[in-house]
Write a protein that binds this ligand. Structure first.
Ligand code: AAL
Length: 353
């Protein structure tokens, strides 16, 4: 008698194959103006937005090599995103970019953002522009907490006005233990985001402002051979906040840099790099309850998509192209990604002909 295997039962229950439109591959190409450059890191591009006929992107920019935490010099650059500022660039075609200059720089010594401002995202809403980004205060130590800051402007070209305080903070319910130079030692771990809040991504959704982000816990452990990162969301009535973390947090069990796009009333997400569900596209009809829709090989890292107004026409429309970064290189740089329609259908074509 024929039996059903566990694998086929899972496929039936989860309706695998029912909707393969979420599957795709990505191809990568160089961009001009933000590509590899000796002595400079450009990384973590924001989403790309179009204002009039011009595309805009914001990104982390820093100079010089990073040397890690062990130098004993509190001024030393510990990461490529340390001592960084947020810069921006414009383009007519999404391929050739003109670096336009500084958008948001570090604060004065003693300010909450005096050490580094980095990993920006942008929201255009009601004629104004909101940049959200990571901030670190000096000195940058292994146990330094990482916050999310915001600046707003009436123009994508600035000038940008910073908020007085971070708009999102790590949960304050963990407790360190022992050697202050060891971020893995805790007596209480606290919430999934007790150490760092990173990678903000802001949407106007259901008449509110939804700030997705990545969290790291204090006392981080390995998670399926990756880092222990998960995503949360915090919601506010006004773009400036106050932001209230969702009671469903964390809303993913995996994922590094956030990449999300709206689709038919819900929110789609590309999870990469870390956790058991890395390299998947997921969809939450309500922005909170994410399910796996597709497994993706070689997804863009730290991708910032151009979310076209046609986003509801196809599951992948909101991620059709954008900018991502390349960090397997001495100097980090920005490149372009595109959904590769050809490879998507290659198999089927091969067997049909
Ligand atoms: C990234 C992001 C955040 C991290 C670091 C810089 O790609 O996840 O920004 O803090 O790495």
């Amino acid at each position: 008698m024929r039996q059903e295997s566990l694998a086929m039962r899972r496929a039936r229950e989860r309706e695998y194959g029912k909707d393969s439109t979420w599957y795709c591959q990505f191809k990568y190409s160089p961009v001009f103006g933000l590509g590899y450059e000796e002595g400079i890191h450009r990384r973590d591009p924001s989403s790309v937005i179009k204002v009039g006929d011009i595309y805009y992107v914001w990104y982390t920019k820093s100079t010089g090599p990073s040397v890690g935490y062990n130098t004993g010099d509190l001024e030393a650059k510990v990461w490529p995103w340390d001592w960084s500022d947020v810069w921006y660039a414009t383009s007519n075609d999404g391929v050739s970019w003109n670096e336009r200059g500084l958008a948001v720089g570090r604060g004065e010594r003693g300010a909450y953002d005096d050490r580094s401002v980095f990993t920006p995202e942008v929201l255009a809403y009601d004629g104004r522009y909101y940049l959200v980004y990571q901030v670190v205060q000096h000195p940058y130590l292994r146990r330094s907490k990482e916050y999310i800051g915001m600046a707003h402007s009436d123009s994508p070209n600035g000038p940008w006005v910073k908020m007085r305080e971070p708009i999102l903070s790590p949960a304050d319910n963990g407790e360190w233990f022992g050697d202050a130079d060891n971020r893995h030692l805790v007596t209480i771990r606290g919430d999934f985001d007790s150490h760092k809040t990173n990678d903000p991504c802001l949407f106007y959704y259901h008449n509110q402002f939804w700030l997705y982000y990545k969290g790291y816990p204090m006392g981080e452990q390995l998670n399926c051979a990756g880092r222990e990162t998960k995503w949360g969301v915090a919601v506010a009535d006004r773009p400036e906040g106050p932001y209230v973390k969702s009671e469903y947090n964390p809303i993913t069990n995996s994922g590094h840099e956030t990449l999300l796009w709206p689709y038919r009333g819900g929110i789609a997400a590309l999870l990469t790099t870390d956790g058991p569900e890395r390299n998947t596209i997921q969809y939450a009809p309500d922005g909170l309850q994410f399910g796996i829709e597709a497994y993706i090989e070689h997804p863009p890292e730290a991708g910032g998509p151009y979310r076209s107004e046609l986003t509801d026409q196809h599951p992948l429309e909101g991620v059709r192209w954008g900018l991502s970064h390349e960090i397997n290189s001495r100097w980090h740089y920005i490149k372009r990604f595109d959904v590769d329609e050809k490879t998507k259908h290659l198999c089927i074509n091969k067997f049909n002909h």
